[in-house]
Design a protein around this ligand. Structure first.
Ligand code: ADP
Ligand code: MG
Ligand code: ZN
Length: 612
C-alpha cells in the first residue's frame, strides 16, 4: 500500500513537470490565440505588420505591437489560405511575411509530445502493473507445490520426549517408530514390515502435535509438517498436487517423517455428503492413499497424522498398510497433570510453598494445553501484581480464569440482582454439598465471570471415567437448584437460570438417548448423530426411532427432571436455615472458599452419613 502511494506521487510529479515543459512550448505567453477569420479581418483592415509562418502556426505581429497566433490547417500553405479568402495582393504586399522552417528538435518535440506523453504514461503504468503482478505470478507458479515446513535439525530448541509429560503408552508406541527410523535394518532382518502410518487420536490440546515433533527430535530425521487444511485451496486439484509434491520432497530426504496435522480436514469419509468442496477433498485424500501405497520397502518414510475426530475418518485410511497404528492420547489424569505442570513451570519462578499436586487435583478434565495456559495466566497475574514469584493464590485464580472466564468485577449489578444471584448460587452450592454423588464444592461466588453472573465451583475428588444414573440425577438436581431457590424466595424466576435449565435438559436427554439409562425406554441408544460436513460443526441428528418413541423420550426427560427436582427441593427444605446463612455470607463477602463454606454448612454428605 505504501509502495502504491509512493508510485503515485512520483507519477504525479513527473506529470506536472511534463505539463509545465509542454505548456512553454505550445503557448507563447504574450501572444493571444485567435481564429483565422480574425486574421483575415485584420488583414483587410491593414492592422498587421508582419506574419511569420512556422509549421502550422502563424504568428501575427500587429501594428500596435501586440502579438497573436493563429493555427492553420496543416498541409495548407498560408498563401493558398489567403487566396481562398480572396485577400487582395496589394494588401498582402504591405505585410512582411516570413516563413520559418520550424526549429529542429524543439519543434518536433512540441509536435510529438501530445502523442508521446500519454503513450509514455500508459507504458509506465503497464510496466508497474506487470512488476507487481510478477510477485503473484510466482505464487501462482508455486501453487501446487507443498509448502510443508521442515523442522531444523540443528535447532537447539528441539522438542524431545522429555518435553512431553505423561502419555506413557503413546510415548512407548512412538518410541518404536523412532527405533524404526534409526535402525531400520534391525527390523528388516527379522522380516518385519515397517509401519507406514501412525495416527494420533486425542482431544484438542492433548499434545498430539507436540508428540509428533518430539518423535522427529528423538529420531533426528527431517520432519515435514503440514496441516490438513493447507491442502485445501480455492482451486480444485491443488490439494492433490500438493500431496504429490510433499511426498516427493519426503522421498528425497528419506528416512524422514511426514506429519499431517488435523487430517480430518481432508480425510473424511468419502462420498457421504454434499457441498462443493467435496470433490477436492476426495481427490486430496485419494492422493494421500496412493502415495502411501507407493512407498517402497526401502524408503523409510513414516507418516504421522493427528486428528481429534477419528469417527469421521475414511475407513480406507485406517486399513493395514496405511495408518495401521493408532495411538490414543487421553486427557491427562492426576499424575500426568502434575507432571505436565512440572514441565511447564521449569522456566517460571514459583514460590517455595507452591504445591503443583494441589493444582493438579483441582484441574480434572484439563488438557495439556489448558495446563500450559493456566501457568501462563498465573505468571501474567503475578507480573500484574509486581510479584517476583508466582504464588499459590495466582495459580488458583488462574484455574478459575481458564475454567469459567475472566472475572468481571466491574460489572455493576443492582442490589436486587445481587441478592437473586446470592440465593441462586447458594442453592447450587447447598444441593451440591448435601447430595452424595455430587462433586464437593470448592468455591461459591457472586462475582461475574465470563458469561456467568455468579458461579459455584465443584471439583471431583478423583478422576472418573464412568458415571452412574444417580450421578446424573444429582447433577441435574444441582443444576435445577438455582432455579428452584429463585422461585421459592422471590416468587418468580429470572433469565439467570436459562443456561442451567438448558444444561439440565441436555443431561437428561443424553441419559436416555445415549446411555440407555431409562427403564421405560430400555437399554438402547436413540438417534444417529452425524456431522453435516458442509455446515461445519453443525450436528444433525438422524432419527432412527418412531414418532411415538420421540414422544416417550420427551416424557421421560420430564420424568428425570422432576425426579431431580424433588431431590433438590428436599435438600433445600431440610437446610433452609443454611441457605439463608450462605446467601447472607455471599452478599457481604461475595466469595466463599471451600473452608469458609463448610464452616457455615457443616460437613459434606458422604456415603457414611448418607442423607439423600
Ligand atoms: P494438539 O493435541 O491439539 O495438537 P498440542 O500438541 O498443540 O495439542 O498441544 C498444545 C500445547 O499444550 C503444547 O504446545 C504444550 O505446551 C501443551 N501440552 C499438551 N500436552 C502436553 C504434555 N503431555 N506435556 C507437556 N505439554 C503438553
Ligand atoms: Mg495440534
Ligand atoms: Zn445457576
Amino acid at each position: 500500500m505504501k509502495n502504491l502511494a509512493k508510485n503515485f506521487l512520483v507519477f504525479f510529479i513527473i506529470f506536472l513537470a511534463m505539463a509545465a515543459i509542454f505548456s512553454t512550448f505550445s503557448n507563447n505567453s504574450e501572444s493571444v490565440k485567435v481564429g483565422i477569420e480574425t486574421m483575415i479581418q485584420e488583414l483587410n483592415q491593414d492592422q498587421i505588420k508582419s506574419l511569420s509562418v512556422s509549421g502550422d502556426t502563424v504568428k501575427i505581429e500587429l501594428k500596435d505591437g501586440s502579438r497573436q497566433t493563429v493555427r492553420k490547417e496543416s498541409g495548407e500553405s498560408l498563401s493558398s489560405l489567403l487566396s481562398n479568402f480572396q485577400i487582395s495582393p496589394d494588401k498582402l504586399n504591405q505585410v512582411a511575411i516570413n516563413v520559418q522552417e520550424p526549429s529542429g528538435w524543439l519543434y518536433w518535440l512540441g509536435e510529438l509530445l501530445p502523442f508521446i506523453l500519454p503513450l509514455f504514461f500508459l507504458g509506465l503504468f503497464f510496466f508497474l502493473m506487470m512488476r507487481s503482478a510478477q510477485g503473484m505470478n510466482n505464487k501462482a507458479m508455486n501453487f501446487g507445490q507443498s509448502n510443508a515446513k521442515e523442522f531444523d535439525l540443528n535447532n537447539k530448541n528441539q522438542v524431545t520426549f522429555k518435553d512431553v509429560a505423561g502419555v506413557k503408552e503413546a510415548k512407548e508406541e512412538l518410541y518404536e517408530v523412532v527405533e524404526f527410523l534409526k535402525y531400520p535394518k534391525k527390523f528388516q532382518d527379522l522380516g518385519a514390515r515397517i509401519p507406514r502410518g501412525v495416527l494420533l487420536l486425542g482431544g484438542p490440546g492433548t499434545g498430539k502435535t507436540l508428540l509428533a515433533r518430539a518423535v522427529a527430535g528423538e529420531a533426528k530425521v527431517p520432519f515435514f509438517h503440514m496441516s490438513g487444511s493447507e491442502f485445501v485451496e480455492m482451486f480444485v486439484g491443488v490439494g492433490a498436487s500438493r500431496v504429490r509434491s510433499l511426498f516427493q520432497k519426503a522421498k528425497k530426504h528419506s528416512p524422514c517423517i511426514v506429519f499431517i496435522d488435523e487430517i480430518d480436514a481432508v480425510g473424511r469419509r468419502r462420498g457421504s455428503g454434499l457441498g462443493g468442496s467435496h470433490d477436492e477433498r476426495e481427490q486430496t485424500l485419494n492422493q494421500i492413499l496412493v502415495e502411501m501405497d507407493g512407498f517402497e520397502a526401502t524408503q523409510n518414510i513414516i507418516v504421522i497424522a493427528a486428528t481429534n475426530r477419528p469417527d469421521v475418518l475414511d475407513p480406507a485410511l485406517l486399513r493395514p498398510g496405511r495408518f495401521d497404528r493408532q495411538v490414543v492420547i487421553d486427557r491427562p489424569d492426576l499424575k500426568d497433570r502434575e507432571e505436565i505442570l512440572k514441565v511447564h513451570s521449569q522456566k517460571k519462578p514459583l514460590a517455595k510453598e507452591v504445591d503443583l499436586k494441589r493444582i493438579a487435583e483441582r484441574t480434572p478434565g484439563f488438557s495439556g494445553a489448558d495446563l500450559a495456559n493456566l501457568l501462563n495466566e498465573a505468571s501474567i497475574l503475578s507480573a500484574r501484581k509486581n510479584k517476583k514469584v508466582v504464588e499459590m493464590e495466582e495459580l488458583f485464580s488462574a484455574i478459575e480464569k481458564v475454567m469459567i472466564g475472566p472475572e468481571r468485577k466491574s460489572r455493576i449489578i443492582s442490589d436486587k440482582e445481587k441478592k437473586i444471584t446470592a440465593y441462586h448460587e447458594a442453592g447450587h452450592a447447598l444441593v451440591a454439598h448435601f447430595l452424595v454423588n455430587s462433586d464437593p464444592v470448592q468455591k461459591v461466588s457472586i462475582i461475574a465471570r465470563g458469561q456467568a453472573g455468579g458461579y459455584t465451583l465443584k471439583v471431583p475428588v478423583e478422576d472418573r471415567y464412568f458415571h452412574s444414573r444417580t450421578d446424573f440425577i444429582d447433577e441435574i438436581a444441582v443444576l435445577l437448584a438455582g432455579h428452584l431457590v429463585e422461585k421459592e424466595i422471590f416468587g418468580e424466576v429470572t433469565t439467570g437460570a436459562t443456561s442451567d435449565l438448558r444444561q439440565a435438559t441436555l443431561v437428561a436427554r443424553s441419559l436416555i438417548t445415549d446411555y440407555g439409562m431409562s427403564d421405560l425406554l430400555g437399554p438402547r441408544t436413540f438417534g444417529q448423530k452425524e456431522e453435516l460436513i458442509f455446515l461445519g460443526r453443525e450436528i444433525h441428528e438422524q432419527r432412527d426411532y418412531s414418532e411415538k418413541i420421540a414422544e416417550q423420550i420427551d416424557i421421560e426427560i420430564l420424568n428425570f427432571i422432576n425426579q431431580a427436582s424433588v431431590k433438590a427441593k428436599e435438600v433445600l427444605a431440610r437446610h433452609r436455615d443454611k441457605l439463608e446463612k450462605v446467601a447472607q455470607a455471599l452478599l457481604t463477602q461475595e466469595t466463599l472458599e471451600k473452608e469458609a463454606f463448610e464452616a457455615l454448612v457443616g460437613p459434606a454428605a458422604s456415603l457414611e452419613n448418607k442423607e439423600a
